[in-house]
Ligand binder design. Structure first.
Ligand code: ADP
Ligand code: MG
Length: 223
C-alpha cells in the first residue's frame, strides 16, 4: 500500500503529539549535555505546524505538507535543531516532489534526503553525537528494507527502529558538534536529545502509516 496525503497529515499530527508527550524528557536530556531547551524548542515548532495543518488545501501533496513542516520549523524553532530538522524536512519533501502516492523507494528516498539535509546544514558525521546518528542508520535501514521488497509502512518502521538504536548509540560518545561539544568527556553517558527527537519523529511517521493501513482494513472489512 502506497502512502498519500492522508498519511502525511497523520504523520504531522503524530509528530506534534509525540514531541508534546516527550517534551519533558527531551528537556531533561538537553539539560544534561546542552541548555535544556530542546523539548520546548520542538514543541513550539510542532504546535505551530499543527496550527497550520488545518488550513492546508485538501489537495496538498505529501511533499507540500512536509515542506510546510520544514518552513515552519525553520521559522519558529529557536536553537540549532530548528534549521537542522527544518532542512531535513525541506530536503525530504523535495525528494517526494509533487507525487500524490509514495512507494517504498520513495519512502527510502525521503529518509535519505532528510539525512542529507541535516548533514548539509550541520556538517556532522556519524559518531559526532547528533541527530545525524539517528538519521544515518535510519537511511541505511530504509534503503535495505525498500530494496528487499518491504511495503512503505515497513520501510518506515525499519527506519524508525534503526533511528531508535542510533539514538541509543550516542550515549557513550563524546560530542563533536553543537553545544554538547563544549562538555568533552562530560557528555559521555548521556543520550543526544536531537537524535532522540529524530527517532521519535520517525516513529511517528511509521505509526501514521500503521494508522492509515488499519483504517483501510476497517473500511474494506465494512464494505
Ligand atoms: P541548541 O543546541 O541551540 O540549544 P536544541 O537544544 O534545540 O538547540 O538542539 C540540540 C540538538 O541539535 C543536539 O542534540 C543535536 O542533535 C543537534 N545538533 C546540534 N548541532 C548539530 C550539528 N552541527 N549537526 C547535526 N545536529 C546538530
Ligand atoms: Mg538546547
Amino acid at each position: 500500500m502506497t502512502l498519500d496525503s492522508t498519511w502525511a497529515r497523520r504523520f504531522v499530527e503524530r509528530a506534534a503529539d509525540t514531541v508534546s508527550e516527550n517534551r519533558t524528557a527531551l528537556v531533561e536530556l538537553d539539560r544534561e549535555i546542552g541548555d535544556g531547551d530542546h523539548g520546548e524548542n520542538l514543541e513550539r515548532g510542532f504546535s505551530a505546524v499543527r496550527a497550520k495543518l488545518a488550513s492546508q488545501p485538501d489537495d496538498a501533496t505529501p511533499g507540500a505538507l512536509l515542506k510546510m513542516v520544514a518552513t515552519t520549523l525553520i521559522s519558529t524553532v529557536g536553537g540549532a535543531s530548528g534549521p537542522l530538522l527544518g532542512t531535513a524536512f525541506l530536503k525530504g519533501a523535495g525528494a517526494l516532489g509533487d507525487a500524490t502516492e509514495i512507494d517504498s523507494a520513495g519512502v527510502a528516498a525521503f529518509v535519505a534526503a532528510a539525512r542529507d539535509g541535516a548533514v548539509l546544514r550541520g556538517k556532522a558525521e556519524v559518531g559526532d553525537k547528533t541527530m545525524v546518528d539517528a538519521w544515518t542508520p535510519a537511511t541505511d535501514a530504509a534503503r535495505a528494507a525498500a530494496d528487499g521488497g518491504s511495503e512503505p509502512a515497513a520501510v518506515l518502521r525499519a527506519a524508525a527502529d534503526a533511528a531508535a538504536a542510533g539514538a541509543e548509540s550516542t550515549e557513550p560518545l563524546v560530542a563533536r558538534k553543537g553545544r554538547a561539544s563544549y562538555l568533552g568527556e562530560r557528555a559521555v553517558g548521556h543520550r543526544d536529545p536531537g537524535a532522540q527527537s529524530s527517532a521519535l519523529i520517525l516513529a511517528a511517521a511509521a505509526d501514521a502509516a500503521d494508522d492509515v493501513a488499519a483504517a483501510a482494513t476497517t473500511t474494506s472489512g465494512e464494505a
